[in-house]
Design a protein around this ligand. Sequence first.
Ligand code: DAH
Length: 338
Amino acid sequence: MQEELQQLRTQFERELAQIASLQELEQFRQRHLVRRGTLGQLRERFRQLPAEQKPIVGRLLHELEQFVQQRYQALQRSLQERAEEQLRFDLWLPGRRSFLGGRHPIQQVLDEIVAIFTRLGFQVAEGPDIEDDEHNFTALNFPPEHPARDMQDTFFLTPDRQWLLRTHTSPVQIRLMRALRPPIRAIVPGRVYRNEEITPRSLAEFHQVEGLVVDRSVSFTELKGVLVAFAQAFYGPGTEYRFRPSFFPFTEPSAEMDIRCFLCQGTGCRVCKGNGWLEICGCGMVHPAVLRNGGIDPEEFLGYAFGMGIERIALLRLGLDDIRLLYQNDLRILRQCR
Ligand code: DAH
Protein backbone atom coordinates (compact mmCIF):
# COMPACT_ATOMS: atom_id res chain seq x y z
CA MET A 1 0.00 0.00 0.00
CA GLN A 2 2.93 2.34 0.66
CA GLU A 3 4.05 1.96 -2.92
CA GLU A 4 0.54 2.47 -4.18
CA LEU A 5 0.33 5.77 -2.28
CA GLN A 6 3.61 6.90 -3.90
CA GLN A 7 2.25 6.09 -7.37
CA LEU A 8 -1.04 7.84 -6.65
CA ARG A 9 0.80 11.01 -5.73
CA THR A 10 2.55 11.11 -9.15
CA GLN A 11 -0.71 10.22 -10.85
CA PHE A 12 -2.58 13.07 -9.09
CA GLU A 13 0.23 15.44 -9.94
CA ARG A 14 0.02 14.52 -13.61
CA GLU A 15 -3.76 14.84 -13.71
CA LEU A 16 -3.80 18.16 -11.88
CA ALA A 17 -1.19 19.58 -14.25
CA GLN A 18 -3.50 18.89 -17.17
CA ILE A 19 -6.58 20.53 -15.73
CA ALA A 20 -7.42 23.74 -17.60
CA SER A 21 -10.99 24.54 -16.55
CA LEU A 22 -13.26 24.52 -13.51
CA GLN A 23 -15.27 21.86 -15.25
CA GLU A 24 -12.27 19.54 -15.51
CA LEU A 25 -11.40 20.30 -11.90
CA GLU A 26 -14.89 19.24 -10.84
CA GLN A 27 -14.48 15.98 -12.73
CA PHE A 28 -11.20 15.44 -10.82
CA ARG A 29 -13.04 16.02 -7.54
CA GLN A 30 -15.77 13.56 -8.47
CA ARG A 31 -13.18 10.92 -9.34
CA HIS A 32 -10.92 11.22 -6.34
CA LEU A 33 -12.14 13.44 -3.53
CA VAL A 34 -15.77 12.46 -2.88
CA ARG A 35 -16.56 9.78 -0.30
CA ARG A 36 -16.70 6.96 -2.83
CA GLY A 37 -13.70 8.37 -4.75
CA THR A 38 -10.10 7.14 -4.80
CA LEU A 39 -9.16 8.69 -1.45
CA GLY A 40 -12.37 7.52 0.23
CA GLN A 41 -11.70 3.96 -0.85
CA LEU A 42 -8.11 4.21 0.44
CA ARG A 43 -9.39 5.34 3.83
CA GLU A 44 -11.74 2.37 3.87
CA ARG A 45 -8.88 -0.04 3.16
CA PHE A 46 -6.68 1.73 5.74
CA ARG A 47 -9.23 0.94 8.45
CA GLN A 48 -8.88 -2.77 7.73
CA LEU A 49 -5.05 -2.81 7.89
CA PRO A 50 -3.30 -4.78 10.66
CA ALA A 51 -2.52 -2.50 13.60
CA GLU A 52 1.27 -2.54 13.15
CA GLN A 53 1.03 -1.09 9.59
CA LYS A 54 -1.32 1.71 10.56
CA PRO A 55 1.16 4.33 11.86
CA ILE A 56 3.29 4.42 8.71
CA VAL A 57 0.55 4.07 6.14
CA GLY A 58 -1.60 6.45 8.14
CA ARG A 59 1.04 9.16 7.95
CA LEU A 60 1.56 8.62 4.22
CA LEU A 61 -2.16 8.64 3.55
CA HIS A 62 -2.55 11.80 5.56
CA GLU A 63 0.27 13.48 3.61
CA LEU A 64 -1.26 12.41 0.34
CA GLU A 65 -4.64 13.80 1.35
CA GLN A 66 -3.09 17.10 2.47
CA PHE A 67 -1.14 17.35 -0.74
CA VAL A 68 -4.18 16.75 -2.97
CA GLN A 69 -6.39 19.12 -0.93
CA GLN A 70 -3.87 21.94 -1.13
CA ARG A 71 -3.25 21.53 -4.84
CA TYR A 72 -6.95 21.22 -5.48
CA GLN A 73 -7.76 24.43 -3.60
CA ALA A 74 -4.92 26.39 -5.19
CA LEU A 75 -5.96 25.29 -8.63
CA GLN A 76 -9.59 26.12 -7.91
CA ARG A 77 -8.65 29.64 -6.81
CA SER A 78 -6.54 30.36 -9.88
CA LEU A 79 -9.12 28.93 -12.27
CA GLN A 80 -11.88 31.02 -10.68
CA GLU A 81 -9.77 34.14 -10.96
CA ARG A 82 -9.07 33.43 -14.57
CA ALA A 83 -12.78 32.91 -15.28
CA GLU A 84 -13.64 36.23 -13.63
CA GLU A 85 -10.93 37.94 -15.57
CA GLN A 86 -12.34 36.60 -18.77
CA LEU A 87 -15.69 38.05 -17.83
CA ARG A 88 -14.10 41.40 -17.22
CA PHE A 89 -12.25 41.43 -20.54
CA ASP A 90 -14.65 39.63 -22.79
CA LEU A 91 -13.35 40.70 -26.17
CA TRP A 92 -16.30 39.06 -27.87
CA LEU A 93 -18.93 41.20 -26.16
CA PRO A 94 -20.54 43.60 -28.64
CA GLY A 95 -19.50 47.21 -28.00
CA ARG A 96 -21.77 49.66 -26.25
CA ARG A 97 -23.10 52.09 -28.83
CA SER A 98 -22.84 55.75 -28.10
CA PHE A 99 -24.97 58.33 -29.85
CA LEU A 100 -23.96 61.75 -31.05
CA GLY A 101 -26.07 64.67 -29.92
CA GLY A 102 -27.89 66.67 -32.56
CA ARG A 103 -29.84 69.85 -32.98
CA HIS A 104 -33.39 69.76 -31.70
CA PRO A 105 -36.00 69.66 -34.52
CA ILE A 106 -37.22 73.13 -33.54
CA GLN A 107 -33.68 74.48 -33.85
CA GLN A 108 -33.20 72.74 -37.19
CA VAL A 109 -36.34 74.30 -38.63
CA LEU A 110 -35.36 77.73 -37.26
CA ASP A 111 -31.84 77.44 -38.71
CA GLU A 112 -33.21 76.42 -42.08
CA ILE A 113 -35.73 79.28 -42.20
CA VAL A 114 -33.04 81.76 -41.16
CA ALA A 115 -30.70 80.42 -43.89
CA ILE A 116 -33.35 80.85 -46.61
CA PHE A 117 -34.22 84.42 -45.61
CA THR A 118 -30.55 85.30 -45.23
CA ARG A 119 -30.11 84.34 -48.89
CA LEU A 120 -33.03 86.65 -49.71
CA GLY A 121 -31.15 89.55 -48.11
CA PHE A 122 -32.75 89.60 -44.66
CA GLN A 123 -30.79 90.32 -41.50
CA VAL A 124 -31.50 88.42 -38.27
CA ALA A 125 -32.73 90.33 -35.22
CA GLU A 126 -33.98 89.42 -31.77
CA GLY A 127 -36.10 91.00 -29.08
CA PRO A 128 -36.84 90.42 -25.39
CA ASP A 129 -39.23 87.72 -24.16
CA ILE A 130 -40.51 90.11 -21.48
CA GLU A 131 -42.34 92.94 -23.18
CA ASP A 132 -44.56 95.82 -22.15
CA ASP A 133 -48.13 96.43 -23.27
CA GLU A 134 -46.91 99.20 -25.54
CA HIS A 135 -44.72 96.99 -27.78
CA ASN A 136 -46.83 93.85 -27.64
CA PHE A 137 -50.23 95.51 -28.20
CA THR A 138 -50.70 99.29 -28.30
CA ALA A 139 -48.07 100.22 -30.86
CA LEU A 140 -49.24 97.30 -33.00
CA ASN A 141 -52.67 98.88 -33.24
CA PHE A 142 -54.49 96.42 -30.96
CA PRO A 143 -57.69 98.10 -29.75
CA PRO A 144 -58.13 98.24 -25.95
CA GLU A 145 -60.82 95.57 -25.94
CA HIS A 146 -58.91 93.10 -28.14
CA PRO A 147 -59.25 89.52 -26.81
CA ALA A 148 -55.47 89.02 -26.75
CA ARG A 149 -55.38 91.60 -23.96
CA ASP A 150 -57.46 89.30 -21.83
CA MET A 151 -56.06 87.27 -18.93
CA GLN A 152 -57.28 84.19 -20.75
CA ASP A 153 -54.72 84.59 -23.51
CA THR A 154 -51.76 86.47 -22.09
CA PHE A 155 -49.36 85.87 -19.21
CA PHE A 156 -49.24 89.23 -17.46
CA LEU A 157 -46.31 89.79 -15.13
CA THR A 158 -47.65 92.75 -13.16
CA PRO A 159 -51.15 93.40 -11.75
CA ASP A 160 -51.46 96.61 -13.84
CA ARG A 161 -50.91 94.44 -16.97
CA GLN A 162 -48.12 96.70 -18.17
CA TRP A 163 -45.53 93.90 -18.27
CA LEU A 164 -46.10 90.55 -19.90
CA LEU A 165 -44.53 87.62 -21.73
CA ARG A 166 -44.75 88.48 -25.41
CA THR A 167 -47.61 86.67 -27.15
CA HIS A 168 -45.96 86.95 -30.57
CA THR A 169 -42.71 88.13 -32.18
CA SER A 170 -44.45 91.14 -33.77
CA PRO A 171 -43.40 93.61 -30.99
CA VAL A 172 -39.87 93.30 -32.39
CA GLN A 173 -41.23 95.10 -35.50
CA ILE A 174 -41.72 98.19 -33.34
CA ARG A 175 -38.25 97.83 -31.80
CA LEU A 176 -36.64 97.50 -35.25
CA MET A 177 -38.47 100.51 -36.69
CA ARG A 178 -37.53 102.63 -33.68
CA ALA A 179 -33.89 101.51 -33.77
CA LEU A 180 -33.15 101.49 -37.50
CA ARG A 181 -33.67 103.79 -40.45
CA PRO A 182 -35.25 102.21 -43.54
CA PRO A 183 -34.48 100.23 -45.57
CA ILE A 184 -35.23 97.52 -43.00
CA ARG A 185 -35.20 93.89 -44.04
CA ALA A 186 -35.13 91.58 -41.05
CA ILE A 187 -36.38 88.30 -39.69
CA VAL A 188 -36.85 87.62 -36.00
CA PRO A 189 -36.84 84.08 -34.64
CA GLY A 190 -37.99 83.78 -31.05
CA ARG A 191 -39.96 82.24 -28.26
CA VAL A 192 -43.51 83.36 -27.51
CA TYR A 193 -46.00 82.65 -24.72
CA ARG A 194 -49.74 82.21 -24.49
CA ASN A 195 -51.99 81.23 -21.66
CA GLU A 196 -53.18 78.12 -23.46
CA GLU A 197 -54.06 74.71 -22.23
CA ILE A 198 -51.38 72.17 -23.06
CA THR A 199 -52.92 69.77 -25.57
CA PRO A 200 -51.72 67.76 -28.59
CA ARG A 201 -52.25 70.92 -30.68
CA SER A 202 -51.19 73.75 -28.38
CA LEU A 203 -48.50 74.68 -25.87
CA ALA A 204 -48.13 77.67 -23.56
CA GLU A 205 -44.63 78.36 -24.88
CA PHE A 206 -43.67 78.03 -28.53
CA HIS A 207 -41.66 79.62 -31.35
CA GLN A 208 -42.32 82.05 -34.17
CA VAL A 209 -40.35 83.69 -36.93
CA GLU A 210 -41.35 87.26 -37.76
CA GLY A 211 -40.39 89.10 -40.94
CA LEU A 212 -40.36 92.85 -41.54
CA VAL A 213 -39.46 94.89 -44.60
CA VAL A 214 -39.73 98.68 -44.68
CA ASP A 215 -38.61 100.68 -47.71
CA ARG A 216 -39.70 103.37 -50.14
CA SER A 217 -41.27 101.17 -52.76
CA VAL A 218 -42.29 97.79 -51.39
CA SER A 219 -45.50 96.16 -52.47
CA PHE A 220 -47.89 93.36 -51.69
CA THR A 221 -46.55 91.72 -54.86
CA GLU A 222 -43.05 91.71 -53.39
CA LEU A 223 -44.39 90.24 -50.14
CA LYS A 224 -46.02 87.43 -52.10
CA GLY A 225 -42.85 86.90 -54.13
CA VAL A 226 -40.72 86.58 -50.99
CA LEU A 227 -43.13 84.15 -49.31
CA VAL A 228 -43.48 82.05 -52.47
CA ALA A 229 -39.67 81.94 -52.82
CA PHE A 230 -39.50 80.83 -49.19
CA ALA A 231 -42.15 78.11 -49.65
CA GLN A 232 -40.38 76.73 -52.74
CA ALA A 233 -37.05 76.68 -50.91
CA PHE A 234 -38.43 75.15 -47.73
CA TYR A 235 -41.14 72.80 -48.98
CA GLY A 236 -39.68 72.06 -52.40
CA PRO A 237 -39.92 73.61 -55.87
CA GLY A 238 -43.37 73.44 -57.41
CA THR A 239 -45.11 73.60 -54.01
CA GLU A 240 -48.67 74.76 -54.67
CA TYR A 241 -49.82 77.76 -52.60
CA ARG A 242 -52.66 80.20 -52.14
CA PHE A 243 -53.25 83.48 -50.33
CA ARG A 244 -56.48 84.11 -48.41
CA PRO A 245 -57.67 87.49 -47.14
CA SER A 246 -57.43 87.73 -43.35
CA PHE A 247 -57.27 90.23 -40.54
CA PHE A 248 -54.55 91.40 -38.16
CA PRO A 249 -54.66 94.77 -36.35
CA PHE A 250 -51.10 95.63 -37.45
CA THR A 251 -51.44 94.95 -41.20
CA GLU A 252 -53.74 96.28 -43.91
CA PRO A 253 -54.48 94.47 -46.13
CA SER A 254 -53.83 91.19 -44.34
CA ALA A 255 -53.59 87.66 -45.70
CA GLU A 256 -52.77 84.14 -44.76
CA MET A 257 -50.71 81.82 -46.91
CA ASP A 258 -51.53 78.14 -47.36
CA ILE A 259 -49.57 75.44 -49.13
CA ARG A 260 -50.87 72.21 -50.58
CA CYS A 261 -50.87 69.47 -47.99
CA PHE A 262 -47.72 67.53 -48.85
CA LEU A 263 -49.06 64.42 -47.19
CA CYS A 264 -52.21 63.91 -49.28
CA GLN A 265 -51.45 66.33 -52.16
CA GLY A 266 -54.83 67.95 -51.58
CA THR A 267 -57.12 64.97 -51.48
CA GLY A 268 -57.72 65.52 -47.77
CA CYS A 269 -56.17 63.76 -44.80
CA ARG A 270 -55.70 63.86 -41.04
CA VAL A 271 -52.86 66.40 -41.23
CA CYS A 272 -54.76 69.03 -43.25
CA LYS A 273 -58.02 68.11 -41.52
CA GLY A 274 -59.56 67.11 -44.80
CA ASN A 275 -59.36 70.41 -46.66
CA GLY A 276 -56.15 69.78 -48.63
CA TRP A 277 -54.34 72.97 -47.51
CA LEU A 278 -51.96 73.80 -44.66
CA GLU A 279 -51.79 77.31 -43.27
CA ILE A 280 -48.15 78.37 -43.00
CA CYS A 281 -48.16 82.07 -42.14
CA GLY A 282 -49.97 85.34 -41.58
CA CYS A 283 -48.84 88.40 -43.47
CA GLY A 284 -49.77 91.82 -44.80
CA MET A 285 -48.78 95.40 -45.51
CA VAL A 286 -47.72 97.16 -42.31
CA HIS A 287 -50.60 99.37 -41.12
CA PRO A 288 -49.79 103.12 -41.49
CA ALA A 289 -50.56 103.62 -37.79
CA VAL A 290 -47.95 100.98 -36.92
CA LEU A 291 -45.34 102.66 -39.13
CA ARG A 292 -46.11 105.93 -37.36
CA ASN A 293 -45.82 104.24 -33.96
CA GLY A 294 -42.42 103.00 -35.10
CA GLY A 295 -41.33 106.54 -35.93
CA ILE A 296 -41.58 106.06 -39.69
CA ASP A 297 -43.52 108.39 -41.97
CA PRO A 298 -46.16 106.31 -43.83
CA GLU A 299 -46.26 108.96 -46.57
CA GLU A 300 -42.63 108.22 -47.35
CA PHE A 301 -42.26 104.51 -46.55
CA LEU A 302 -44.23 101.31 -46.92
CA GLY A 303 -43.73 98.02 -45.19
CA TYR A 304 -44.76 94.41 -45.22
CA ALA A 305 -44.59 91.81 -42.51
CA PHE A 306 -45.20 88.14 -41.95
CA GLY A 307 -45.18 85.70 -39.06
CA MET A 308 -45.11 81.93 -38.84
CA GLY A 309 -45.26 79.28 -36.12
CA ILE A 310 -42.37 76.87 -35.93
CA GLU A 311 -43.69 73.92 -33.91
CA ARG A 312 -46.31 73.05 -36.50
CA ILE A 313 -43.72 72.99 -39.27
CA ALA A 314 -41.45 70.73 -37.20
CA LEU A 315 -44.36 68.38 -36.48
CA LEU A 316 -45.25 68.10 -40.15
CA ARG A 317 -41.60 67.45 -40.96
CA LEU A 318 -41.37 64.59 -38.49
CA GLY A 319 -44.81 63.25 -39.27
CA LEU A 320 -45.93 63.64 -35.64
CA ASP A 321 -49.41 64.66 -34.56
CA ASP A 322 -48.79 65.63 -30.92
CA ILE A 323 -46.90 68.87 -30.32
CA ARG A 324 -45.98 67.79 -26.77
CA LEU A 325 -43.69 65.09 -28.20
CA LEU A 326 -41.27 67.85 -29.20
CA TYR A 327 -40.60 68.75 -25.57
CA GLN A 328 -40.44 65.40 -23.80
CA ASN A 329 -36.83 64.72 -24.82
CA ASP A 330 -37.76 61.21 -25.83
CA LEU A 331 -34.65 59.86 -27.56
CA ARG A 332 -36.78 57.80 -29.94
CA ILE A 333 -38.11 61.09 -31.32
CA LEU A 334 -34.87 63.05 -31.13
CA ARG A 335 -32.85 60.37 -32.93
CA GLN A 336 -35.15 60.60 -35.93
CA CYS A 337 -34.14 64.18 -36.39
CA ARG A 338 -30.75 63.64 -37.93
N1 DAH B 1 -48.36 87.93 -34.89
C1 DAH B 1 -49.30 87.07 -35.55
C2 DAH B 1 -49.69 85.93 -34.62
O1 DAH B 1 -49.03 85.70 -33.66
C3 DAH B 1 -48.72 86.49 -36.80
C4 DAH B 1 -48.53 87.54 -37.86
C5 DAH B 1 -49.53 87.80 -38.77
C6 DAH B 1 -47.35 88.26 -37.94
C7 DAH B 1 -49.39 88.75 -39.75
C8 DAH B 1 -47.18 89.23 -38.92
C9 DAH B 1 -48.22 89.45 -39.83
O2 DAH B 1 -46.06 89.96 -39.05
O3 DAH B 1 -48.05 90.40 -40.79
O4 DAH B 1 -50.65 85.27 -34.89
